[in-house]
Design a protein around this ligand. Structure first.
Ligand code: AMP
Length: 592
């Protein structure tokens, strides 16, 4: 049996090696071939998974972590599951810390880890260290190429440029001499990234000095300026998480006249202070009054910036970035800017490793799913229907359509049976590999007693409440929440940053609507008997969420990976203080 499986799997791996080396010689990627490779991998998903686990365990069998678990060279899934425990980041922290401190012995991987990724930390409050290595880089590029192939088949682009709103945080060194950066930084700084972007016709219109600039406000301004300079050539607009695209065009609304002035005079605003960024921009910026006039006219002609993107960039074919999960609340604004341009959600992954590619790009982001690539890691899924404590993880090909699971990753970068904390729903299969819909982070967010509300429930409540009165032009720019146990009984607090003047009566109504929109039986019954107090809506000043973003960037997170924390616990004191210090009005629900 093994003999029959191995050659077919090996050939899959070889195909990938060939396409990687070809990248160096080829002008463009061979889309048909990439799709063919993906089809053969997913048709054989079960065997590919077994062989991937074998490869991971063979490469890393000498690592101390695996040695201590008594696998004794066995690489089959059954022995693996019997010997290796499910872990969280906390369990691995002491091992990772030793790597960070410079220990060169094989701790989690056979080959020493030389680079560490700093996860965005915005979901949990503080950044975590996770190992990064060449294999992780290669799987990143594999997933980029795969979704590119499917995207290009549906939405072909011409040779041109991309306005990529990407930012690299600083790479620094640990005291043990390892390189540390956010995962996106480690990817953007890798030489293979640029080559891959080239063969994917996705070269960033901005120079490296802008992407790697030390101040993201300045980089953002320059990205916009580069986009305008190359406006006719821009084929698509992208970012890692789509929040960055919305953030960029909101900024555009503030700085467009300054951008026009720079283009008119051919001189960069004095606000950009870093010499490397200034000199890189000086090479691109020439006085161009016609272009400045054109942009000025277009901006003045827009109604509340509706359709801004296609007006500015006439040849853009689509907008691309992660748009699901905590990014869904930004879709409305993105559509406003994009008018009828397709919005395509980018792939599903994390600093710990990639999971699935979006191979159905013509599906709207609300319905986007991700097909797991069976050779980029070994995947297990904890069924969430059953009693959590007893639920046994199942393999990639054993998941059932319609069920929800927590994702467990075993990666090429030293994570074994690692609980990612994400909840996904299986919506179907692509050949034998499941299609996953991202649901939410597993951590319960809002809970006081028997109530359970997740990030998704909060998002739906905010959506419902913000739709209440469109005549008032109420726009919720961003939101977060908190469980306030300092009152008796405790109650939910929702923070809103809104634009426009909204009457108190409307906000009172919104507050009641929020309270009624948490339909979880535990919440409703607790509210009815006042075991949970009235929900409180606190409106914060304009710019509060920008302060939160700045706070995280100050901690070393990159704008590229930023996700607004949707629930702020009292342990996340600094962010909680930012929110509380900026409250301008507060309302209590009278709904129950
Ligand atoms: P980071 O910690 O910055 O590496 O972020 C990884 C997390 O972002 C994942 O664990 C998910 O919770 C979320 N994420 C990544 N990709 C997607 C996606 N396509 N849709 C929804 N959420 C995603």
């Amino acid at each position: 049996m093994k003999h029959q499986i191995f050659p077919s799997y090996c050939s899959c791996f070889n195909i990938f090696r060939v396409s990687v080396t070809m990248i160096e010689k080829m002008e463009l990627l061979d889309v048909d071939k990439l799709i063919e490779e993906f089809e053969s991998l997913t048709k054989d998903a079960g065997n590919v998974q077994r062989e991937t686990l074998k490869k991971i365990l063979e490469e890393n069998g000498c690592a101390e972590y695996l040695q201590n678990l008594g696998l004794n060279g066995r690489t089959d899934p059954e022995s693996f599951k019997a010997c290796v425990p499910l872990v969280t980041h906390n369990d691995l922290q002491p091992y990772i810390q030793r790597i960070v401190d410079g220990s060169s012995s094989p701790i989690l991987t056979g080959k020493p880890i030389t680079t560490i990724s700093l996860s965005s930390g915005t979901t949990q409050g503080k950044p975590k260290f996770v190992p990064f290595n060449d294999e992780l880089m290669e799987t990143t590029l594999q997933i980029y190429r795969t979704s590119y192939a499917f995207r290009t088949r549906e939405f072909p682009i011409e040779n041109g440029k991309a306005l990529q709103l990407i930012y690299s945080s600083k790479q620094s060194n640990t005291k043990g001499g390892l390189i540390v950066g956010t995962a996106t930084t480690n990817v953007f700084r890798n030489s293979q990234f640029k080559n891959t972007m080239k063969v994917m016709q996705s070269q960033c219109c901005s120079p490296d000095e802008v992407i790697f600039g030390p101040d993201f406000h300045q980089s953002l301004y320059c990205h916009l300026l580069c986009g305008l300079i190359f406006r006719e050539e821009i084929q698509f607009i992208s970012s890692t998480f789509s929040h960055s695209i919305v953030h960029a065009f909101r900024t555009f609304e503030q700085v467009w006249e300054e951008l026009c002035a720079d283009i008119r005079e051919g001189v960069l605003t004095s606000r950009i202070t870093f010499p490397s960024v200034r000199s890189a921009m000086a090479k691109l910026l020439k006085p161009n009054p016609e272009l400045a006039d054109l942009i000025h006219k277009k901006c003045l002609g827009l109604n509340n910036w509706y359709g801004l993107i296609p007006e500015l960039f006439p040849n853009v074919k689509y907008i691309y970035g992660i748009m699901t999960g905590s990014m869904e609340p930004y879709l409305k604004k993105l559509r406003h800017y994009a008018r009828d341009l397709p919005l395509i959600s980018a792939d599903y992954g994390s600093s710990e490793g990639w999971i699935g590619a979006n191979v159905n790009p013509n599906v709207p982001p609300e319905l986007a799913t991700y097909v797991v690539l069976p050779n980029i890691g070994y995947f297990e899924f904890i069924p969430l229907k059953e009693n959590v404590e007893e639920a046994k993880p199942v393999g990639l090909t054993e998941v059932k359509v319609g069920e929800e699971y927590e994702v467990i990753i075993t990666s090429f970068a030293g994570l074994y049976r690692y609980r990612l904390g994400d909840v996904v729903k299986v919506t179907g299969f692509h050949n034998l590999s499941p299609e996953l819909k991202f649901i939410c982070r597993r951590n319960l967010m809002l809970t006081i007693n028997i109530d359970k509300n997740t990030e998704k429930d909060l998002q739906l409540a905010v959506e419902a409440a913000s739709k209440l009165n469109t005549e008032e032009k109420l726009e919720v720019l961003d939101f977060s929440s908190h469980v306030d146990l300092s009152t008796n009984p405790g109650h939910y607090v929702i923070f809103w940053e809104i634009s426009g003047e909204v009457r108190d009566e409307v906000l009172e109504e919104c507050c009641n609507c929020l309270d009624c929109s948490f339909v979880d039986a535990g919440y409703v019954s607790s509210r009815k008997i006042n075991a949970i107090g009235p929900l409180e809506l606190r409106v914060v000043q304009r710019g509060t969420f920008q302060k939160i973003l700045d706070h995280y960037v100050g901690l070393g997170a990159a704008l590229s990976q930023f996700k607004t924390p949707r629930c702020v616990g009292s342990t996340n004191n600094e962010v909680f203080q930012i929110l509380c210090n900026n409250v301008v009005k507060s309302y209590f629900s009278t709904a129950f």
